[in-house]
Design a protein around this ligand. Sequence first.
Ligand code: NAD
Ligand code: MG
Ligand code: MG
Ligand code: MG
Ligand code: MG
Ligand code: MG
Length: 331
Amino acid sequence: MAELFYETDAELATIQGRRVAVLGYGSQGHAHALCLRDSGVDVRVGLPAESASRAKAEEEGLRVVTPAEAAAEADLIMVLVPDPVQGRVYAESVREHLEPGDALFFGHGFSVRFGYVEPPADVDVCLVAPKGPGHLVRRQFTAGKGVPCIAAVEQDATGKAFDLALSYAKAIGGTRAGVIRTTFAEETETDLFGEQAVLCGGTSALVKAGFETLVEAGYQPEIAYFEVLNELKLIVDLMYEGGLEKMRWSISETAEWGDYVTGPRLVTDETKAEMRKVLAEIKDGSFAATWMAEYESGKKRYEQFRAADADGLLATTGTRLRKLMSWVDPA
Ligand code: NAD
Ligand code: MG
Ligand code: MG
Ligand code: MG
Ligand code: MG
Ligand code: MG
């Protein structure tokens, strides 16, 4: 069973005694910076001089400096820039400003797990990752609630790194909901596997294959779109609220019977064998290396994949149909 931590397990005073730099002001960065500020923490945001996010942070009353200035001022640096640029930001703006006893924090373990950031031995290295997008983190926090977080320590130079991570989690509302202890390796490997095998890769491929099967058999694309993509939200909402049990309670008996007898014909032992290969490529770093090479060379294949799907019948059908649903696509 996972180890859980709540409000009384964490001291807000610990993080209130630090000078915190939040690098990046995107989905996670804005939520962390604002919640830390509202929790009485000395926080500055680090963004490049030309960054469009600067104005947004300043409008909220946050002090914005460059990433290097933020790292120099701070003794706790939270890295919330996109994962593929973290290695560069660390080398250019953070490394030289780390002093013994400082702390380097992340919202995802990618850069540390795969060696793109190699912190010196005398700093704490921690992970605090809310299990939800930044806007939900901020909304829950301002409502007096919180989004559950996971927290990990990769390197405990001070002997108090986990207490510091819990204190940080408390300042962004995490301990109001609960914080689960993990490791950088577990967080990184399960996050990548989940998004590739199930959430993004698996689901997109399933939707596309189902849509193509219906359209190739002569059914109208609009009808196929509703059945295999649009209705997915209703099913996922039910799973989110009450697991597979609530979804199966809500659907028809016919749908539930089809679930049992047809699902395993599609996701077979062969599919699971492939999932194990996907996981192995995540663990041995080859997925990360391929993605970093793609990113560094200008994301050409990435853009080709995106363009191919954007021109497809599934996309064009969806653009048309969403206009019929005013609550989805307001005119
Ligand atoms: P994002 O793309 O929303 O925002 C990135 C921010 O970094 C932007 O403000 C951008 O202007 C800034 N930035 C880009 N290059 C920069 C540079 N060179 N120097 C300084 N700032 C730069 O990113 P995000 O989704 O908030 O992700 C940040 C981290 O949080 C990642 O490690 C990600 O894996 C993790 N995370 C994200 C979510 C999520 O819901 N989006 C959830 C959990 C963890
Ligand atoms: Mg410093
Ligand atoms: Mg994830
Ligand atoms: Mg991810
Ligand atoms: Mg139906
Ligand atoms: Mg039922």
